[in-house]
Write a protein that binds this ligand. Structure first.
Ligand code: 6MZ
Length: 358
C-alpha cells in the first residue's frame, strides 16, 4: 500500500476488539524492562533481547515468549505502565473504542492477587494523559483544563481465562469481572495455548459468567480440533477469535449461526496458523457478508497496528476506502458496551465520513 493510503488507514476511526494487554507492549518498553532485570541479575539481557527482537514465531514459540514477557511485566508498577502505554498507542492511531483483554494473575511472592493485578491495570487507564478516556458506564475522564475538545477513546475490559488454569481459578476470574463491572469490565475471554487443557474445564465458569450477564468471546479454532470447535459453537458465544482451522461442517455451522469473528491477519500469518494471506478465510467471510472485525491480537509481539491490519486487508483482498470504512463501522454492532456507547461511536463515524472524503 502507498504511504498516503497507510496514512488514510491511520486517520480513519477504528474499533479494536481483540487485543491482549501483554501482547501489545512496545518492544522498546520490553527491552528497557529486560535491561533493568538484566542489571539486577534476574535474567541474561542478551538472551532475552534476541527473543524479543525475533520476528518469525510459530504459535508454539509465541507462548514461550508470553512466559518471558510475563516475567518482565508482572509487577504492579509495570502493569500500570504498560496499560497506560497500550491505551495511548491505540488512541494515537485513532482507535476510538478499545476492548482490551488481559489475564488477571496471582503471584504470592510479590503480594499480587488477581484483584490487585486488575487494580494496577485500572490505575494505568486512569493515568492516561494524552487522550480523554471513557472507561466506565458513567465514568468519562475529561480534561477540560484548556477548554478545547480533546481526542477521546472508549476503553472496556475483558478478563481472560488462560487454558492452563483450573475450574476454580477460572471461576475466581469471573467473580472478579462481576465485581469490576462498574469499572468497565464487560466480558470474559478464553485464551492461552490452544493445545493445552480441555475447554470443558472452564464451562462452569463460562456458564456462570453468561448467567450473570457478562459477554463471552472464545479463542476458537487456532488449531484443528473439530470436536472442540463444534462444542464452542454450540455454546453460542457472542463472538469468537480467529476461526482458522475449521472443517467444512463447522464452517457451515459458523456461517449459519452468524457468530461475529475477530480476525487477526498478521497474527495468523506470523504464527503460521494460516500459510499465506491469499488463502486467509477473511476473503470467504467478507464475501459472504459474515459479521467480522479486523483486530491486532498482539500488536507488540507481531509488530503491527490496527491501521496496518486494515492496510493489509486492503492490499491483499482489494478493499477500497469505502469498504474499509464500512468494515470499521460495522464493528460497532459487535462491541460489548451498551447502546449509548454504540450511538456515540456511530456519530463519530458519521462525522468522519466528511473528513475522509467518502
Ligand atoms: C491464544 C493468546 C494469543 O492476558 O497476559 N494470548 N492466546 N492465542 C493467541 N494467539 C497468538 N495471544 C495472546 O496477554 C498475554 C496472554 O494472552 C493470551 C495468552 O494467554 C498470553 O499469555 P495477557 O495480558
Amino acid at each position: 500500500m502507498r504511504r498516503q493510503d497507510m496514512e488514510w488507514c491511520v486517520s480513519m476511526p477504528k474499533v479494536e476488539l481483540h487485543a491482549h494487554l501483554n501482547g501489545s507492549v512496545r518492544d522498546s518498553t520490553l527491552i528497557e524492562l529486560a535491561r533493568d532485570l538484566g542489571e539486577k541479575g534476574i535474567i541474561v539481557f542478551s538472551d532475552v533481547e534476541n527473543v524479543i527482537r525475533k520476528d518469525d514465531r510459530t504459535l508454539h514459540e509465541v507462548f514461550k515468549l508470553f512466559d518471558l514477557i510475563h516475567i518482565l511485566t508482572t509487577d504492579h508498577y509495570t502493569v500500570t505502565r504498560i496499560t497506560k502505554e497500550v491505551i495511548e498507542d491505540f488512541a494515537s492511531e485513532n482507535v476510538v473504542y478499545l476492548e482490551l483483554r488481559t489475564t488477571p494473575k496471582r503471584n504470592d511472592s510479590i503480594g499480587m492477587s488477581k484483584r490487585s493485578y486488575m487494580e494496577a491495570v485500572m490505575e494505568g487507564l486512569r493515568s492516561v494523559s494524552s487522550v480523554d478516556v471513557d472507561y466506565a458506564p458513567s465514568g468519562l475522564k475529561t480534561d477540560t483544563s484548556n477548554g478545547t475538545t480533546r481526542k477521546k477513546i472508549y476503553v472496556r475490559f475483558l478478563l481472560s481465562i488462560d487454558r492452563r488454569e483450573s475450574t476454580e481459578a477460572a471461576m475466581e476470574t469471573v467473580k472478579l469481572a462481576l465485581e469490576m463491572r462498574d469499572l468497565g469490565v464487560v466480558g470474559i475471554d478464553l485464551s492461552g495455548n490452544p493445545i493445552v487443557g480441555d475447554w470443558t474445564t472452564f464451562l462452569p465458569a463460562l456458564k456462570f459468567a453468561r448467567e450473570q450477564g457478562l459477554y463471552i468471546t472464545l479463542h476458537c479454532g487456532e488449531v484443528p480440533n473439530q470436536e472442540e470447535i463444534k462444542a464452542m459453537l454450540d455454546f453460542s458465544p457472542q463472538r469468537i477469535g480467529h476461526a482458522c482451522c475449521f472443517g467444512e461442517e463447522n464452517w457451515r455451522k459458523l456461517k449459519s449461526l452468524k457468530i461475529p469473528v475477530e480476525i487477526c491477519l498478521t497474527s495468523n500469518i506470523r504464527t503460521e496458523t494460516i500459510s499465506s494471506i491469499d488463502i486467509h478465510h477473511f476473503a470467504d467471510l467478507h464475501k459472504a457478508k459474515h459479521p467480522l472485525v479486523l483486530c491486532t491480537d498482539d500488536s507488540g509481539v507481531f509488530s503491527t497496528s490496527l491501521s496496518r491490519e486494515y492496510s493489509l486487508a486492503s492490499s491483499a483482498f482489494g478493499l477500497g476506502k469505502t469498504e474499509m470504512f464500512q468494515l470499521a463501522e460495522n464493528a460497532i454492532d459487535f462491541i460489548f458496551a451498551d447502546e449509548g456507547v454504540k450511538e456515540d461511536l456511530r456519530a463519530i463515524f458519521e462525522v468522519a465520513t466528511e473528513r475522509l472524503d467518502l
